[in-house]
Write a protein that binds this ligand. Structure first.
Ligand SMILES: [Zn+2]
Length: 419
């Protein structure tokens, strides 16, 4: 299959010129700039033997019919955060397009399986705080009532912003119809972290997306005068929280890919002349293994109780949010490793810390895998987000190989899994 990886890099630059300003990409979902990006993308379909339409959640589907209706889906998202980078999301969409072109050409316009490209709507959740909106509607994990009334910073309701783009939130469940015949899903994305750069490798094989446990932790002590209260009798809520902030590092380090973060600490009364009577902290814990995640949660909880006792305080926990780890499909992980090795020489298996649309697709039971390309400095969601062009080109080649291998795999798998 012939893949023109330089064309993909050129098109990404074209998109950047069209939809970024001096602060970076401005393709915020449901905005005019996003619609402009989608219109630009649609023009790229001219001359290809494809059908395209938007589903009930605003996801854009492009279908190249194959000999078999069983479909290999390639996707990512064109939307960006405000002041975003030139690769997050759109790299995956433009690489999927190049792969689709390759299939259209190599097979005389009729590949052995159906090839579908999807540009997911509102992956970032930048405006309404709800990530993976379109892909969760596709997966059937979306709960309309929880999101209908969300507003942006100007008070505009999510429901109304979507309607302006021709999408009715009440029709979201209809997006599940796109699951028909889905037999595999592939997504290329920038790593958005420093691991591959540290290893000196261009590409990574993604094992899945980490599960997240996110909690609010409040330590209660006793507010007291900072001058008159002897050290021995203090009930310092910050001291207990501070011990926990250090302890979670050791809890995470027992596992190779686990992370624990105390991202927010607020003290009350929060003045220079008072012992802290109440300390509100947050804890975010992530790992790809559900057992590791559950273990880290209970260890942190036990430690917080121990530190509360040591400081003569009490502690309460309340869950802010959680999601289970999503493991990608073992057969597709194997194919991805082959494709990466054949193209780049060495492959590294790694979990994804950030969530991606691929996690929602996997939750729908569709065999899924992702490929990562190295990010420079590990920085993303920022205009300085970047990857080496040679790495981007290698990624496009490797993704094309992975798509070919997966199409063959779909042909070879039993018809039991026909959806
Ligand atoms: Zn992204």
């Amino acid at each position: 299959m012939k893949i023109d990886c330089k064309r993909t890099v050129a098109e990404l630059k074209e998109l950047r010129a069209l939809t970024a300003n001096e602060n970076g990409a401005q393709r915020i979902a449901w905005s005019d700039m996003w619609l402009k990006a989608r219109e630009w993308f649609t023009a790229k379909l001219d001359g290809l033997p494809v059908e395209h339409h938007y589903d009930a959640a605003g996801n854009h589907w492009i279908t190249l019919a194959g000999e078999s209706p069983r479909a290999l889906i390639l996707g990512s998202h064109l939307d960006s955060v405000p002041n975003g980078g030139w690769l997050d999301g759109c790299l995956g969409v433009m690489t999927a397009l190049e792969t689709l072109r390759g299939f259209a050409k190599a097979q005389n316009g009729r590949p052995p399986v159906t090839i579908r490209l999807v540009d997911w709507a509102d992956e970032e959740g930048a405006r309404f705080g709800r990530s993976l909106l379109g892909s969760s509607a596709f997966a059937g994990t979306h709960s309309i009532d929880a999101d209908r009334g969300r507003t942006d910073k100007d008070g505009i309701r999510l429901e109304d912003a979507l309607r302006r783009c021709g999408v009715e939130i009440d029709r979201f469940p209809e997006a599940r119809r796109e699951q028909a015949h889905a037999a595999g899903y592939l997504e290329l994305h920038i790593e958005q972290g420093p691991v591959l750069e540290g290893l000196g490798l261009p590409l990574g094989v993604v094992l899945g997306t980490k599960g997240v446990e996110r909690h609010a932790i409040t330590f209660h002590g006793q507010e007291a005068h900072s001058g008159s209260t002897p050290m021995a009798v203090r009930r310092d809520a910050l001291a207990a929280a501070a011990k926990l902030a250090l302890e979670i590092r050791g809890i995470a380090r027992k596992h190779p890919d686990a992370v624990c973060t105390m991202g927010s600490v607020k003290t009350f009364p929060g003045i220079v002349t008072a012992v802290v009577g109440r300390c509100e902290a947050t804890l975010d814990q992530r790992d790809l293994d559900a057992g590791v995640l559950a273990g880290m949660f209970s260890e942190a909880r036990e430690a917080s109780e121990r530190f509360a006792q040591e400081e003569r305080c009490t502690v309460e926990w309340s869950r802010i949010w959680n999601i289970e780890p999503i493991q990608f499909h073992p057969a597709l992980v194997g194919l991805c490793e082959e494709a990466v090795k054949e193209t780049a020489g060495a492959a590294h298996r790694m979990p994804s810390g950030p969530l991606h649309d691929a996690a929602e697709v996997a939750r729908a039971g569709i065999p899924t895998v992702m490929m990562f390309v190295q990010s420079l400095r590990g920085i993303s969601h920022n205009k300085i987000e970047d990857s080496k062009e040679e790495h981007l080109e290698t990624a496009v080649q490797a993704f094309g190989r992975l798509a070919e291998k997966t199409a063959q795999w779909i042909l070879g798998t039993s018809s039991n899994s026909v959806r």
